[in-house]
Design a protein around this ligand. Structure first.
Ligand code: TTP
Length: 410
């Protein structure tokens, strides 16, 4: 059986982290999002088909042409947008067979795939979808069900309780005929949920599997923190491969990669994951739910908590990084501080595609892109974004988002 993974989207809500790369290769707990999906599919499939478009070279470079010995075929989505067109791009690679189709930007447990396949086979259905009960479906798709079958899918139905569409499907090749009949939705895209509604109207039997485990649709920056926390909390095993100097304190579970040195006076409270060839300390404080990539430097008098720091980035002297995300190849100047809490204790709002959105989090720090440099004593307000390639001069107070590639001086 094959699996089609949709990875052609622009990931605009995740800017600046997607300024120069597609969302599925962003790392959470030091592994690209898409690799977790491939791992979940691995026992059930013999070939992966990845639909790419936006910055496609970066996905191909990251994954190569096989995963766990199984071939990966890349297909490029055409000009028309939407999940239905994304799936249609795989038509020539799927001849008269069943296949999984999965959004390339979600995190879930393998049980979702196993349960879907089992239900689909048992019911001899024409298609299937994974659902999960939510109290508030406003950002999700409502799946109405009756007599073990899907009745209808309604996009963003508002604040109500019900089964959400998790973006995990099983089809056979006849779905391509129904995609050809699918028209553009109100938001100007061809949606696979509309295709499923057409299939149901024509008497096709679409089954659902109710999944009860953790699932996250990684759309906005704080979703990365939520998934990072979940992975570290539930999967991390204490494993020290690097060197820990005498006088450093490590409270498990902490994973430390090969070639990393943790110097004296550092205090690390797990769950924390640190990649390869990092320099940690002396005298730093790393608190739970922190992932630090490869080749990073966390130096003297630096505190990091509940954050993601991607490969080749440094917080080398006198920094506080709290509830923040820092992209690759980024350097914080001495004294660069992220604020992660408002004085009025209100939840932090973040500008997403021009609209101010409530993250729902009382604590949220900075979202810093790739290849950024901040000068000494830069102070960053909660929920502010710094675009990739930006240079932020000494003493700047970042109270507004900074676009990519600009120089900002105090
Ligand atoms: P979305 O999350 O709706 O889109 P996106 O990833 O581009 O993000 P944003 O809205 O922030 O720009 O997409 C759901 C999944 O489908 C995701 O895995 C990307 C994929 N997709 C495609 O492969 N092709 C497409 O044309 C679209 C719209 C999405």
């Amino acid at each position: 059986m094959k699996a089609v993974i949709l990875a052609a989207g622009k990931g605009e809500r995740l800017r600046p982290l997607t300024d120069d790369r597609p969302k599925p290769i962003l790392k959470i707990a030091n592994k690209p999002i898409i690799e977790y999906i491939l791992e979940n599919l691995d026992p059930f499939v013999d070939e992966f088909i990845i639909v790419v478009k936006y910055k496609k070279e970066k996905i191909i470079e990251t994954l190569g042409d096989e995963f766990h010995g199984k071939p990966i075929t890349y297909v490029v989505q055409g000009d028309e947008e939407g999940t239905a067109r994304a799936i249609y791009s795989a038509k020539d690679a799927i001849i008269d067979e069943e296949f999984f189709a999965i959004n390339g930007d979600i995190y879930f447990e393998q049980e979702a795939i196993r349960g879907l396949l089992h239900t689909y086979r048992k019911m001899k259905a024409d298609g299937g979808i994974v659902v999960k009960k939510f109290e508030n479906l406003s950002q999700l798709g409502l799946v109405e069900v009756k007599n073990n079958l899907v009745k209808k899918i309604i996009e963003k139905p508002g604040k109500m309780e019900g089964f959400a569409n998790l973006g995990i499907y099983i089809f056979n090749s006849e779905v391509f005929d129904f995609i050809e009949e699918t028209e553009k939705s109100e938001r100007g895209e061809y949606e696979i949920t509309d295709t499923i509604n057409i299939m149901i109207e024509r008497g096709k039997r679409i089954v659902y599997f109710e999944y009860k485990g953790f699932w996250s649709d990684i759309g906005r920056p704080w979703d990365l923190l939520e998934v990072n926390e979940y992975i570290l909390k539930t999967k991390l095993k204490h494993n020290i491969r690097g060197t820990v100097e005498e006088g450093a304190t490590i409270i498990p579970p902490v994973e430390i990669g090969e070639g990393t040195i943790v110097r004296s006076g550092s205090y690390i409270i797990g769950p924390v994951k640190i990649g390869k060839n990092c320099r940690i300390g002396p005298n730093c404080f790393i608190r739970p739910y922190t992932s630090i990539g490869d080749n990073c430097h966390i130096g003297n008098a630096v505190e990091v908590k509940n954050s993601i720091i991607m490969d080749n980035s440094n917080a080398p002297h006198l920094n506080y990084v709290g509830d923040s995300i820092i992209g690759e190849n980024t350097n914080l100047g001495a004294g660069t501080i992220t604020a992660n809490l408002r004085h009025d204790n209100k939840t932090v709002k973040v500008e997403i595609k021009g609209n101010l959105e409530d993250s729902g989090r009382r604590k949220l720090g900075a979202i810093i892109g790739h290849n950024v440099k901040t000068g000494i004593n830069v102070s960053i307000y909660p929920g502010r974004k710094i675009g990739s390639g930006a240079l932020v001069g000494p003493g700047v107070i970042v109270d507004k988002n900074i676009p990519p590639g600009v120089l900002v001086v105090a």
